[in-house]
Design a protein around this ligand. Structure first.
Ligand code: SF4
Length: 576
C-alpha cells in the first residue's frame, strides 16, 4: 500500500507535470492556429475564390481536429481555459464542447448570425459564406466538410501513421545489399583502384553500431523500425581494424544504455583511438548511484589502457531537448516525462567529477527558442537549471556561439532568417573548471519527425532552396564517413540505407576502396544536383519530394532510398 508521503509526492509530481504538459500543448495549439490563420490555410485553399472568407473558419476547423489528434480529452478544457477569456472565448467553448465537427460549425454560424453588426470581421466573413450557400447553414456546413476532406492531415491516428512508416522503413532495410545493391557494388568494384591503400587514420571519425533498438518513442526520432542484430560476432576483430583507421569513434544506434560492454571493450583495446564518443539518451541515470556507477565503468575502462597508449577520453553525448524530455501520457493515463529531467541532472551533476576523462556534451534540437538567449531561460534548459538549482547548483553560461548560417524561426517564418544559438558551454559553479558542452542541430523530417507540427523544429528549407538555385550548400556536406554495424554492414553517417558491403563477407579493404571509388557516395557528399535529373528519369514525384523536404540532407536521402534508384544513379554517374 502506498504511504501517505508517497501519495502526496506522486500528487505533487503529477501537478508539476500537468503544468508542463498544458504549457507545452498550449504553445503548440497557439502556434498551429497562428500558422494557419496567417497563411498556411490560405495556401491550402488557394483554389477557392472566397479563400479570404474561408481562412479563419477553416483554420479553426483545423484547430478542432488538431486538439483531438494531439491532446488527451482529460486536458482539453484546461488547455483552452486561458483563451476563453480572450475575444475568441466563444470559439474556445465551441472547440471544447462540440461533440462533432458539424456541431462546431453550426454553433459557429449561429454565433455570427446572432452577433451585432459592429462585430469583428469574422462575422462578415461568415455571413458572406452563408450567403454563397444560399443562406442555408446545412449547405455551408456540407461545403466546409467537403473542403476539409480534401486537406485533412489527420486521417490516420499517430499509431496507424507510425505503423505505415515502420513498414516503409522495414522495406528499405530489406533492400539493403539485395540484388540491385550487389549489382551497384559490382560496378564500383570494377572501377580502377586508387593508386595507394587507405592511409592510417585517414578518417576524422568512424561510427560503430553495436545494436539498433530503443524502447522510447520520441516524436522526432528518425527510426521506427530497426533491424534486429542478434548473434553478432565478437566485435574485437572489427575494433582492431577500425583502430588503425581513425583517432575518433562514435558508438551509436538507438539506446545503448544496456549494451555498453563493447564500448568498454573498445576503450580498453583500441590503442590508437583517443576520443571515444557515445550517444546515449540519458535514460540509464535512474539515480546518482547508478549514474556514478556507469561513469565509473567508463573511467575504469580508460584506466585499463596501458600508459604508453594514446591518452584517451570519453565524449559522453546525451540527448537533451523538448522531445526527449517531453511530458507525455502513459498507457495508464498518467503524465510522465519521456526521459525525466532529473536523469539529465544526475548526469550533469556527476560528469564534472571525472575531469578530463569524461567530457559531457548535451545534444539539443533547435526550435524557436534558439533564436535568442531565451533558450537558456525557458523550455527544457530552464527545467534542467531549476532541477539543478534545487540540488544547490548554480549554472553559469560560459559561452554561446551563433550558427554560421541564418535560419528561419518556425514560429515566425515570414521574418528574415537569423542566426540561432548553436553551440554553448556552461559550468556548475561548484566545478568552475569543468565546462559542459551544449550543441544543437536541426531535425529533418525522417521517420516519426514527418508528423511533427511545422512550428516545432527549425528546418533547413532556405538552405535547400539556395542549393536548388545553384548556389551550393554553404559548406554543408552529406557525411560519407563510415558507420560499422556489428553485423558487418558498412553504411554512411548521413545515410544508413547506403551500404558499401559487409566487412565480414567482403573484407575491410574492399569496403574502404568502395568508399573512395563509389560515384554515388561522392555525388551525395557534394549534393550533386545531377542526381535530381537522374531521379526524374525513373520517377515522377520529385517535385512532391522537394516540396516536403526539410533540407538538403533530407532531399538527397529520400531520392536514394530505393535500391533500383541507387543502381540507376550509379550507372548514370559512371556514364557521365
Ligand atoms: S530519439 Fe533517441 S531516445 Fe528517442 S526513440 Fe529515437 S533513439 Fe530512442
Amino acid at each position: 500500500m502506498a504511504t501517505p508521503c508517497a501519495t502526496l509526492g506522486e500528487t505533487l509530481e503529477q501537478q508539476r507535470l500537468r503544468a508542463l504538459y498544458l504549457t507545452a500543448m498550449r504553445k503548440r495549439f497557439k502556434a498551429e492556429i497562428n500558422r494557419f490563420t496567417s497563411g498556411a490555410m490560405a495556401d491550402r485553399l488557394s483554389g477557392q475564390s472566397d479563400v479570404a472568407d474561408l481562412n479563419f473558419l477553416m483554420s479553426y476547423v483545423h484547430g478542432y481536429h488538431w486538439l483531438r489528434h494531439n491532446v488527451h480529452e482529460d486536458y482539453r478544457a484546461e488547455l483552452l481555459e486561458p483563451f476563453v477569456k480572450t475575444k475568441q472565448g466563444f470559439l474556445m467553448r465551441l472547440l471544447h464542447q462540440s461533440p462533432a465537427i458539424d456541431v462546431f460549425l453550426r454553433g459557429y454560424i449561429e454565433h455570427w448570425v446572432a452577433a451585432p453588426a459592429e462585430a469583428p470581421i469574422q462575422r462578415n466573413q461568415c455571413l458572406a459564406l452563408l450567403a454563397s450557400a444560399g443562406g442555408d447553414p446545412d449547405r455551408l456546413i456540407s461545403r466546409i466538410l467537403a473542403l476539409w476532406g480534401q486537406i485533412d492531415p489527420f486521417t490516420s491516428s499517430y499509431a496507424v501513421a507510425y505503423r505505415d512508416l515502420a513498414r516503409d522503413e522495414r522495406a528499405r532495410y530489406a533492400g539493403l545489399l539485395g540484388p540491385e545493391d550487389q549489382q551497384r557494388l559490382a560496378l564500383v568494384d570494377a572501377l580502377p583502384n586508387p593508386p595507394e591503400a587507405v592511409d592510417a587514420f585517414t578518417f576524422p571519425k568512424l561510427g560503430l553500431i553495436p545494436a539498433m533498438g530503443c524502447p522510447q518513442t520520441c516524436r522526432h526520432c528518425m527510426f521506427i523500425w530497426r533491424p534486429l542484430m542478434k548473434d553478432t560476432p565478437d566485435p574485437q576483430p572489427l575494433l582492431d581494424q577500425v583502430n588503425r583507421l581513425t583517432r575518433s569513434v562514435l558508438f551509436t544506434g538507438g539506446d545503448l544504455s544496456r549494451k555498453l560492454d563493447s564500448f568498454y571493450q573498445a576503450m580498453a583495446t583500441m590503442s590508437e583511438v583517443s576520443t571515444f564518443a557515445i550517444l546515449l539518451n540519458g535514460d540509464f541515470a535512474d539515480n546518482p548511484e547508478v549514474t556514478r556507477a556507469t561513469l565509473d565503468a567508463m573511467a575504469a575502462a580508460l584506466n585499463r589502457r596501458p600508459r604508453h597508449w594514446a591518452p584517451a577520453r570519453v565524449l559522453l553525448q546525451i540527448s537533451f531537448d523538448e522531445f526527449h524530455q517531453e511530458v507525455v501520457i502513459d498507457r495508464h493515463g498518467r503524465l510522465k516525462e519521456r526521459i525525466p529531467i532529473y536523469k539529465i541532472a544526475n548526469i550533469v551533476e556527476a560528469a564534472p567529477r571525472y575531469g578530463d576523462k569524461i567530457q559531457l556534451c548535451l545534444l539539443h534540437k533547435q526550435n524557436a527558442l534558439n533564436f535568442s538567449m531565451d533558450l537558456f531561460k525557458q523550455g527544457v534548459v530552464e527545467r534542467l537549471v531549476s532541477e539543478l538549482g534545487e540540488r544547490g547548483h548554480r549554472v553559469e553560461i560560459l559561452s554561446a556561439a551563433p550558427s554560421s548560417r541564418t535560419k528561419r524561426n518556425p514560429l515566425k517564418p515570414e521574418q528574415t532568417a537569423a542566426p540561432v544559438v548553436k553551440d554553448a558551454s556552461f559550468v556548475l559553479s561548484r566545478y568552475p573548471n569543468r565546462p559542459i558542452l551544449f550543441t544543437s542541430s536541426t531535425i529533418d523530417a525522417f521517420g516519426r519527425a514527418q508528423l511533427l507540427d511545422e512550428t516545432e523544429a527549425v528546418r533547413e528549407r532556405d538552405l535547400l532552396q539556395q542549393l536548388l538555385n545553384g548556389h551550393g550548400a554553404g559548406g554543408e556536406t552529406f557525411d560519407i564517413d563510415l558507420m560499422f554495424w556489428f553485423n558487418g554492414w558498412a553504411t554512411l553517417f548521413s545515410a544508413v540505407h547506403i551500404c558499401l558491403g559487409n566487412v565480414y563477407d567482403d573484407g575491410m579493404e574492399t569496403v574502404l576502396r568502395r568508399q573512395r571509388k563509389d560515384p554515388l557516395s561522392r555525388a551525395l557528399q557534394r549534393f550533386d544536383l545531377r542526381l535530381l535529373d537522374f531521379y526524374r528519369e525513373r520517377a515522377d514525384d520529385l517535385d512532391e519530394i522537394i516540396a516536403r523536404s526539410t533540407g538538403p540532407h533530407h532531399l538527397f536521402h529520400t531520392i536514394t532510398e530505393q535500391p533500383a534508384m541507387r543502381l540507376h544513379m550509379t550507372e548514370r554517374l559512371l556514364a557521365a
